[in-house]
Design a protein around this ligand. Structure first.
Ligand code: TYM
Length: 325
């Protein structure tokens, strides 16, 4: 049975990119293997240094995951900082990581460009991510395309570590990236991302959701004229929700003319509302009982810590950190 592992940062509202690029696969894959999903709150410290905000975001991501179908009886669901072994392994892996490897980090450069302060945590972010993955002997890591380089770095570090100690102590994982949703576009057509301020929230509703959908950027082809669905940001998002038949039907309306971008946006809005209606109701219900959510996380933390020790003990032994010196 494959071990599946992935994480999501607690750094703000989850959006359609997180859902289609990653979370939906997480939920599906809990049926297929031994799954570990966690809230990456150590990672979110690289961009948020406000305790209350981190706490709130952590419980929000937990509610999102559970409302969208994560089943704690099937997957081990926990908060990263409840397993301090992640930080311990990250330190050890860091001693195998050439500075030049981090300097090639695309995500780091991108985040700096977006105005984040270039702290060391942000710079060495992929090392902690490698520790997250290697800690559970993960075979598959379901993520969006923006994480591909981080998984390659993880493999690289595990290989260096194993080579040095002459043993396969750490298992090299494979990324699991679905091509069709590898990069979900935002309302401006760039990759949907909090740092680009172009997101549509999974759990946004009413006027907020409407405003996001109505602000999707389109060209200025007049209503009557035929339009190309494949170059339209609205259609790119419609494709995430509609089955093939519905997609073809809407594509035909684009090509026929007389169908405006406003019409397409209204159809998309209805699709989003409908698609997440059940999850939205479930989230509201769960939010009334946060103690149950906290219990789920704390139970998951307990299981994850026990599992983490299985990798950490031989690692400490090999590195000479165990008390048998
Ligand atoms: P985060 O929280 O930024 O993103 C969570 C997941 O959502 C995916 N994603 C997207 N996929 C397609 N299109 C988009 N527009 C889009 N935006 C976000 C991301 O690829 C990601 O899979 N570093 C990770 C968190 C992490 C992690 C890990 C993941 C920490 N440790 C270990 C896997 C394994 C991240 O940035 O998540």
């Amino acid at each position: 049975m494959n071990t599946i592992l992935s994480g999501i940062q607690s750094s703000g509202k989850l959006h359609l990119g997180n859902y289609f690029g990653a979370l939906r696969q997480h939920i599906q894959m809990q049926e297929e293997g031994d799954a570990f999903y966690f809230i990456a709150n150590y990672h979110s410290l690289t961009s948020i240094n406000d305790g209350e905000e981190i706490r709130q975001n952590t419980i929000d991501v937990a509610l999102d995951y559970l409302a969208l179908g994560l089943d704690p009886d099937k997957a081990t669901f926990f908060v990263q900082s409840d397993v301090p072994q992640h930080a311990e392994l990250a330190w050890i892996l860091g001693t195998f990581c050439p500075v030049s490897l981090m300097e090639k980090g695309v995500a780091y450069k991108d985040k700096i460009q977006q105005g984040l302060k270039p702290n060391i945590g942000l710079f060495t972010y992929p090392i902690l991510q490698a520790a997250d993955i290697l800690m559970y002997d993960a075979d598959l890591v379901p993520v969006g395309k923006d994480q591909k380089q981080n998984i390659e770095i993880c493999r690289d570090l595990a290989g260096k570590f194993n080579h040095n100690y002459g043993e396969e102590l750490l298992k090299l994982p494979e990324p699991h990236i679905l091509e069709s949703v590898a990069v979900v576009p935002g309302i401006d057509g760039q990759k949907m991302s909090k740092s680009y301020d172009n997101t549509i929230g999974i759990f946004d509703e009413g006027k907020t959701l409407e405003k996001q959908v109505m602000s999707i950027q389109t060209d200025s082809t007049p209503l009557d004229e035929p339009k190309d669905p494949e170059s339209c940001n609205v259609f790119a998002l419609i494709k995430l929700f509609a089955d093939e038949e519905k997609q073809n039907e809407i594509a035909q309306k684009y090509r026929d003319g007389g169908y405006g971008y406003g019409h397409a946006k209204k159809e998309l809005l209805a699709m989003i509302e409908d698609y997440f209606a059940e999850a939205r109701a479930k989230r509201k219900e769960l939010a009334q009982d946060l103690d149950t959510v906290r219990d789920i996380l704390s139970e998951g933390g307990k299981k994850a810590r026990a599992r983490a020790e299985k990798v950490m003990e031989p690692v400490r032994e090999a590195t000479g950190l165990l008390k048998s010196y």
